[in-house]
Write a protein that binds this ligand. Sequence first.
Ligand code: GSH
Length: 290
Amino acid sequence: TAQCQSSVDLPPMKVTLYQYLTCPFCCKTRAFLEYYGIDFQVVEVNPLSRREIGWSDYKKVPIVIVELDGKDDKQQLNDSSVIISILKTFMVNTHKDLDNIVSYYPLMVTQDANGKEVREIANKHWVMVDLETMSEEYGKRRRAEVKWRKWVDDHFVHMLAPNIYRSQAEALQAFDYITNVQNFGPWEKWAAKYGGSAIMWTIAKRLKSKYQLKDDVRESLYDAANEWLKGVGKKKFMGGSQPNLADLAVYGVLSSIEDFDTFRDLMENTKMRPWYERTKKAVKTHAGAN
Ligand code: GSH
């Protein structure tokens, strides 16, 4: 059933994830849900028509819908980091109302230097805890967790597209895989494979300069991986003996490219593999559920 039977402290509820299977933000959200053993249903969205989220004003994935047992209204949660922060806050504050928790993450509409509208959800990387019960030690660990979660969204994830679409051949390889596993119709599949890979190959170059990747884009990915490993240090995980939300974020984002050359190169040219396999095992065995 779709009822949440996890042993983490959450009331009975139905969780539905609207996603593209291979989107890094969706993979990040799934890593979180799986690690904590939270049952969820998946709705695979067609990336061209986005018909399945036609009812939503927010047009990106992931979107999570939470329906609490015995309550009529649904809560719509947008943005991977917001989804994760809200559900984690709910887990550590089950006495709190979900609506109340959602109100800690208000939508801020501002403008950038060019007058273009910018929509950002405030506090998106912060899990809300009771300050009175928070120890100094946890306060420190929490700040590090926030810092690295932010690093994943602001830096690490931007290393992916320029790498997986680095050359026309690699872009085609990526799209061959993506169009086979995602929700495309047969004609769309063909169009998306050849059209999409050509477009992404072009966009990848723009992203490369926007995020200031090195000429050899692999080098920038390896640099980011090494920065992460340095942060983990001698610990098993960034979170210590157990993964924290930053571990789950880095793992989740990387899991989206597991089948690509980029991933293989990353494993061969850095020391990421032991940490990656450890985190993957923790996620797949729902290690956070106990
Ligand atoms: N900050 C968002 C998150 O972390 O969830 C980013 C989500 C995002 O960019 N999703 C992409 C999307 O839905 C798919 S990888 N794009 C559709 C669009 O921008 O129209």
